[in-house]
Design a protein around this ligand. Structure first.
Ligand code: GLN
Ligand code: ZN
Length: 757
C-alpha cells in the first residue's frame, strides 16, 4: 500500500455532544418528541463539528465512524449482519437498532456489560448457530463519504474481528463465537475493498482484546487474521489499534503481518518490547502517549523523551492518544469553577488533541518549535508536585499506623455472638440493600434546590419527609433491619465525593456510560480527608423514628475510586487507603451515634480487576486491604455488611471472604443461588444474603417463589448465617412494585422460618 503515513491522530472521540446534544435528540426520538429528520441533523452536525475541530487542531488523520447512535459494538453487529432474529420483525433499520439496544414491549434487548476496565458499557452481540455473517456497510460508508466530502483526511474506524467475536456471547447452543473467525475474514475483506473504493487511504481496526488474557491464543489468531487481511490486493492501509494495556506477544505477532500501522497504549502498557521487535522498523507505530481515559495534562517533556527513544526502532512514529477520548469530557473550556492551579493540571478531550499535535510538531521540527507549550507543561508539573493539597502528612501517618496495627477486626464467631446479643434479630432476618424508589417528589426537590427555588433547610425538610415515609413503610411491612432509603443521594459516589476534600466535581464533565446515559465522575486530585461527618445526620434521624435497627449506608473505597477520575501520581492502593480512612472515620461516628449495623457497598470490586491475570492478585490484596481499613475501626458488637452487585464472582470469590464483612448481600436470584455453593467451596463462613428476587424487572415475585429461593439457599447455608433481601437497591422501581414485592418477601421469610423451627 502506498498510503501517506500520518503523524498526529487520536484513537477515537466522544460523540454524545459537548452539551449532550445527542442524548437529548435520541431520548426525544424515543419519546416521539423529536422527528427522525431532526435526530439525523443533530447527529450530522455533531460529526461535522467534531471532524472540523480535529482538523483545525492539526491532526493529519481523523477517525470517523466513531459516531454512534448508541454503541460501537452494536454498530459492528449491524455491520456484520449479526443482530438476533428476535429484532428482525422491526422493519425500520434505525428502530430495529434501538430495539436491539433498549428492547421493546415484546423484544428483550441485548445484554449490556462493561467495556474492558472502563466505565463505558457495550451491548453484547449474540452469536447463534443461525447467525449468517454478511456485510452491511451502510453506516461506515456513509460516514466516510460524508467526511471526505467535507475535505476531512478521514480514517474509518471499525472494531476488529477478533475483538468482536471474543466479546460476543454464544446463544441457542452455539459454540464459542471465536471459532467462527474464518467466516468473518471474507466479510472484513469485502469491507476493506469497499472502503478503498470509496476513497479511504487508511482504516483502523480496533483490537483491544489483544491486551487481555480472555483467550490464550490471541497472538496466534491475530497473526493469522491480519496476515489474511494484509494480503488483500485492494484495501486501505491498515492500522490495528490495541489499547487499555500491553499487547505482549500480540505485538510481534502483528508486526510479522503486512499491516502498515500498529497502535500501542504507552500510558497503560510497557514500551520496552518495542525495541525488541525488528519488524516494527518498517511499520508506523501509533504511539498512545497522551492518556485517553484520564483527565491529567500530559507531561510533555517526559512524553517527548519517551517518543525519542522509540524513533530508532520504528519506521514512522505517529503520536496519538492511548485510547479513544470517549472516556473523558469534551473540553476544559466549560469548567469555570476551577482554580488556576487545578486547571493547569488537567486536559480533557480538546486539550488532549492539542497535546498530540504539539508532540508531533516537536518530533518534526524539534523541541524548540514547541518551547512555550513545554514550558507551560513543566510549570503545571511543578505546581502539581508542590501543591499542599496533594500531601496531607497527618492523613498519611494515620494510615501507616492503622495498617501497622493490622487493620483487622476480632474473631468472626465472637463478633457474631456479641452482635446477636445486641441486636436480637430473628433467624432469617429481612432487610433491603439501601435505596428506595426515587420518587417524583425527590427529583422535584433536588431540581428546585439546584435552581435555587428552595433553600437548603427546605430541601432537608423534604428529604426528611421522604425518610419518614420509607421508615413507616418498612415498619408496616415488618422488615427487621431498616434503611433510610438514600433520598438525599444523587449518586452513590458523587454524594461522598462532594463532601470529601481532595475531590473536585466538574460542571460539565459528562462522559458516556451507555447509550444516552452519561455520568459526571468526580476528579480525585489530592489527598483525601473528611472535614465533617457525611451521613450521620440522616441516619440518626431515621433511627429516631423507629425501635428497629436502621443501617448506616456507605459507599466503599474501591467503588469510590472506580467511579472517579483518579490521580495518577501515586499508586492506586495509596489513594484507596485514603478514601478508606475517611469511610472508617464515618463508621466510627455512626457507631458513636448509636447505629449498630453499617453497610459498606462495594459493587465495583470486580470492575477494577486488572485485565491481565498476572496483575490480579496484587490488586485484590490492596482492594481487600482498603475495605478492611474502612471497616475495622468499629467494635466487635457493630455489625458490618457489604453489598456486591453481581453473582458471577469468578476471580474475586476468594476476596469476598477476605473482606470479612459480618454479612455479604449479593445478587443471586438470576443464578438460582448457585453462587452459594461457590462461596462454600471458597471457604466462606460469615453470613450471607443471597438476593431472593430480581429487582431489575418490574415483576412482583410471589411469596411461594421467594420461599423456594430461600429453601434453596438453606440447602447451602445454615439458617443462622442467612439473611433475606432483594438483589440490589430499589431506587429504579416504583413504590407499588416495592411494596408488593417486599410484602411477599417478608411473608416468605416468616413461612420458611416456621418450617425451619
Ligand atoms: N446501597 C445502594 C442502593 O441500594 C447500592 C447500589 C449498588 O449496589 N449499585 O442503591
Ligand atoms: Zn447492587
Amino acid at each position: 500500500m502506498t498510503a501517506q503515513p500520518f503523524t498526529a491522530t487520536i484513537t477515537g472521540s466522544p460523540r454524545i455532544g459537548p452539551r449532550r446534544e445527542l442524548k437529548r435528540a435520541t431520548e426525544g426520538y424515543w419519546a416521539r418528541r423529536t422527528s427522525r429528520t431532526e435526530l439525523e441533523s443533530v447527529a450530522a452536525n455533531l460529526r461535522r463539528d467534531t471532524w472540523s475541530d480535529l482538523v483545525a487542531a492539526g491532526l493529519d488523520s481523523v477517525p470517523v465512524n466513531t459516531f454512534s447512535y448508541y454503541d460501537q459494538m452494536l454498530d459492528t453487529a449491524v455491520m456484520l449482519g449479526a443482530l438476533p432474529a428476535r429484532v428482525q420483525p422491526v422493519h425500520d433499520e434505525l428502530d430495529r437498532y434501538f430495539a436491539a439496544a433498549r428492547g421493546t414491549e415484546d423484544i428483550a434487548p441485548l445484554e449490556m456489560t462493561k467495556w474492558f476496565d472502563t466505565n463505558y458499557h457495550y451491548l453484547v452481540p449474540e452469536i447463534s448457530p443461525d447467525t449468517r455473517f454478511t456485510l452491511n456497510p451502510v453506516k461506515v460508508v456513509a460516514e466516510l463519504k460524508e467526511a471526505l466530502e467535507q475535505g476531512i483526511p478521514a480514517r474509518p474506524v471499525v472494531i476488529g474481528p477478533i475483538t468482536f467475536l471474543l466479546l460476543s456471547k454464544p446463544v441457542d447452543g452455539a459454540g464459542a463465537p471465536v471459532e467462527r473467525i474464518d467466516e468473518l475474514i471474507p466479510v472484513y475483506s469485502e469491507l476493506l475493498s469497499l472502503l478503498a473504493d470509496v476513497g479511504a487511504a487508511w482504516v483502523q481496526l480496533d483490537e483491544p482484546v489483544l491486551v487481555t488474557d480472555i483467550s490464550a491464543d490471541t497472538p496466534a489468531l491475530a497473526e493469522r487474521v491480519y496476515t489474511a487481511l494484509g494480503s488483500l490486493a485492494k484495501r486501505p492501509a491498515i492500522h490495528v489499534a490495541t489499547y487499555f494495556g500491553d499487547p505482549g506477544a500480540a505485538l510481534p505477532a502483528l508486526a510479522r503481518t503486512a499491516v502498515e500501522a500498529i497502535g500501542v497504549d504507552l500510558v497503560a502498557g510497557a514500551d520496552t518490547a518495542i525495541a525488541s521487535v525488528p519488524e516494527l522498523a518498517n511499520k508506523t507505530l501509533v504511539a498512545g502517549v497522551v492518556d485517553g481515559r484520564n483527565v491529567w495534562r500530559t507531561d510533555l517533556e517526559a512524553a517527548l523523551s519517551r517518543l525519542a527513544t522509540l524513533l530508532g526502532s520504528v519506521g514512522t512514529l505517529a503520536v496519538s492518544t492511548s485510547c479513544s477520548t470517549l472516556h473523558v469530557p469534551y473540553s476544559l473550556a466549560f469548567e469555570t469553577e476551577l482554580d488556576d492551579n487545578l486547571r493547569s493540571w488537567l486536559a480533557f478531550g480538546a486539550e488532549k488533541v492539542h497535546e498530540v499535535v504539539t508532540l508531533a510538531r516537536a518530533l518534526r521540527e524539534g523541541r524548540d518549535a514547541v518551547a512555550d507549550e513545554i514550558a507551560a507543561s513543566n510549570a503545571a508539573v511543578a505546581s502539581r508536585r508542590s501543591d499542599p493539597r496533594l500531601r496531607n502528612e497527618q492523613i498519611r501517618s494515620r494510615i501507616d499506623s492503622i495498617l501497622a496495627s493490622g487493620a483487622k477486626r476480632g474473631n468472626a464467631a465472637e463478633r457474631r455472638e456479641q452482635q446477636k446479643a445486641r441486636l436480637h434479630l430473628p433467624t432469617l432476618p429481612t432487610t433491603t440493600i439501601g435505596s428506595f424508589p426515587q420518587t417524583p417528589a425527590i427529583r422535584k426537590a433536588r431540581a428546585a434546590f439546584r435552581s435555587g427555588e428552595i433553600d437548603e433547610a427546605e430541601y432537608n425538610r423534604r428529604m426528611k419527609a421522604e425518610i419518614a415515609d420509607v421508615i413507616a413503610l418498612q415498619e408496616r411491612l415488618g422488615l427487621d433491619v431498616l434503611v433510610h432509603g438514600e433520598p438525599e443521594r444523587n449518586d452513590m459516589v458523587q454524594y461522598f465525593a462532594e463532601q470529601l476534600d481532595g475531590f473536585f466535581a466538574t460542571q460539565n464533565g459528562w462522559v458516556q456510560s451507555y447509550g444516552s446515559r452519561c455520568v459526571r465522575p468526580p476528579i480525585l486530585y489530592g489527598d483525601v480527608s473528611r472535614p465533617h461527618p457525611m451521613t450521620v445526620e440522616w441516619i440518626t434521624y431515621a433511627q429516631s423514628l423507629t425501635d428497629k435497627p436502621v443501617k448506616g449506608m456507605l459507599t466503599g473505597p474501591v467503588t469510590i475510586l472506580a467511579w472517579s477520575f483518579v490521580r495518577d501520581d501515586q499508586p492506586l492502593a495509596d489513594t484507596a487507603y485514603q478514601i478508606a480512612l475517611a469511610i472508617r472515620d464515618e463508621t466510627i461516628d455512626l457507631q458513636s451515634a448509636g447505629i449498630a449495623i453499617i453497610q459498606v457497598d462495594e459493587p465495583a470490586l470486580r470492575e477494577l480487576l486488572p485485565l491481565r491475570r498476572a496483575d490480579q492478585d496484587a490488586y485484590l490484596q490492596w482492594a481487600v486491604g482498603a475495605f478492611r481499613l474502612a471497616t475495622s475501626g468499629v467494635a466487635d458488637s457493630t455489625h458490618i455488611q457489604t453489598h456486591l452487585c453481581y453473582s458471577e464472582f469468578g476471580e474475586v470469590i476468594g476476596a469476598i471472604g477476605e473482606l470479612d464483612a459480618d454479612a455479604t448481600l449479593i445478587e443471586a436470584a438470576r443464578s438460582h443461588m448457585e453462587v452459594l455453593d461457590d462461596l462454600n467451596a471458597a471457604g466462606f463462613s460469615n453470613s450471607v444474603g443471597p438476593g431472593v428476587y430480581d429487582i431489575h424487572s418490574p415483576r412482583v415475585p410471589s411469596t411461594e417463589e421467594i420461599a423456594n429461593s430461600l429453601r434453596a439457599a438453606l440447602r447451602a447455608v445454615p439458617a443462622e448465617r442467612l439473611w433475606v433481601n432483594p438483589d440490589c437497591g430499589l431506587k429504579t422501581r416504583t413504590v407499588e412494585e416495592v411494596t408488593a414485592s417486599l410484602q411477599n418477601m417478608v411473608a416468605a421469610a416468616a413461612k420458611v422460618r416456621g418450617e425451619a423451627a
